[in-house]
Design a protein around this ligand. Structure first.
Ligand code: PMP
Length: 368
């Protein structure tokens, strides 16, 4: 008998985006620009390094297992009670927790595909079965200014895919990697129709980048439903990807159950301290997000000229439905820019204006 589960051997592992170190080694490019993992391009928010340094003096001790100070800070800022908040080792750690807390072997988890690549892995890790519902195809070749016209979740098909074996539904809004976002009316209709005994996770990793007012804020509008969990992260707009801190809001009952199976001390001491400091720098976070949004507006017409059918994005990345994603990715790399190719297209993160110009030049096949 194999020592580990045979079904896991069949699965390709999660491969993160290539790093500048990879390009230095393989192509001799010393300082590649990484636009592959949807991070913000600026350093930590003010106050964060100091908070980490102060916390460093205590790392011989375990962190606060109950994460009291950070949960209180989040509770105040987002106007929910702390008993409904669970923090974890990245929101991906919380996705893992949600799968194993809802599913027994053979149960089903429904989600749109293509979406966040970790979904199939956390589903399988829980011994559950992935039910992938294909994204909608674009309504027309030029998906127009609408964020929901194409590439997004097919909510009707997702509803139809729910069976008595379904325990969890994952809704990524805005969707990674397409950047498209669901609107209030369609999401409300969907949540009204999902059976009460199926938990729905609204994965809002990119919430801070949304500008379309038709896109609902899950925390404000849906989190009070007993079968809804809203998932957020400190990794993107808040600039703490390297420290691994995600959080969720659920009903007090669901949150309690999740805490019983949560890996003890899942949110480390430096992450707790840094997350509090980052939340105190919310104005600077907003300023930096606004820089990314200005770039998003500047890039869209240029990207559409390069790749017709590029959908408008509500996140800090664009989805480029190119014919040869691998070839496109290689071309960018040869010009020192790392993007993320998928079988159906390429995802590129919005960086600084200079980084974005380097990407445009690379995409056009010139050194610009
Ligand atoms: N959800 C989505 C949709 C994401 O794109 C990501 C990161 N790429 C995550 C969750 C996980 O982020 P983290 O674990 O860093 O919080």
């Amino acid at each position: 008998r194999p020592l580990t589960r045979p079904d896991l051997a069949a699965l390709p592992p999660y491969v993160p985006g290539r790093s500048p170190a990879d390009l230095a080694r393989e192509l001799g490019i010393p300082a590649a620009i990484k636009l592959a993992s949807n991070e913000v391009p600026y350093g930590p928010l003010p106050g964060v390094p100091e908070a980490i340094t102060a916390a460093m003096t205590e790392v011989n001790r375990y962190p606060d297992a109950a994460v009291i100070a950070l949960r209180d800070e989040l509770a105040q800022r987002y106007e929910v009670t702390p008993d409904r908040i669970v923090t974890g080792c990245g929101s991906v750690g919380l996705l893992d927790l949600l799968c194993k807390s809802t599913c027994q072997p053979g149960d089903e988890i429904v989600y749109s595909w293509r979406s966040f690549e970790a979904y199939p892995l956390v589903v399988l890790g829980a011994g559950a079965r992935s039910v992938q519902v294909p994204n909608k195809l674009p309504a027309t070749a030029s998906a127009g200014g609408s964020t929901s016209a194409g590439h997004g979740h097919d909510l009707d098909a997702m509803l139809a895919a729910i069976t008595p074996a379904t325990r969890l539904v994952l809704v990524c809004n805005p969707n990674n990697p397409t950047g498209t976002a669901l609107h209030r009316a369609e999401l409300t209709r969907f949540l009204d129709a999902v059976p009460d005994d199926v938990l729905v996770v609204l994965d809002e990793a990119y919430r801070e980048f949304i500008t379309d007012e038709e896109v609902p804020d899950g925390l404000v509008e849906f989190a009070d439903r007993p079968n809804v969990v809203v998932l957020r992260t400190m990794s993107k707009a808040w600039g703490l990807a390297g420290l691994r801190c995600g959080w969720l809001v659920a009903s007090p009952e669901v949150a309690n159950t999740l805490r019983t199976v949560l890996t003890p001390f899942a949110t480390n001491m430096l992450a707790q301290a840094a997350a509090i400091a980052a939340l105190h720098a919310a104005d600077e976070m907003r300023r930096r997000v606004d820089l990314v949004l200005a770039e998003r507006d500047r890039l869209l017409p240029q990207l559409r000229a390069l790749v017709p059918g590029t959908p408008a994005s509500q996140a800090n990345f664009f989805w480029l439905p190119v014919a040869d994603p691998i070839g496109f990715g290689k071309q960018c790399e040869s010009h020192g820019v790392i993007v993320r190719p998928f079988p159906e297209g390429v995802r590129v993160t919005i960086g600084t204006p200079e980084e974005n110009d380097a990407f445009l030049a690379a995409a056009r096949g010139t050194t610009g």
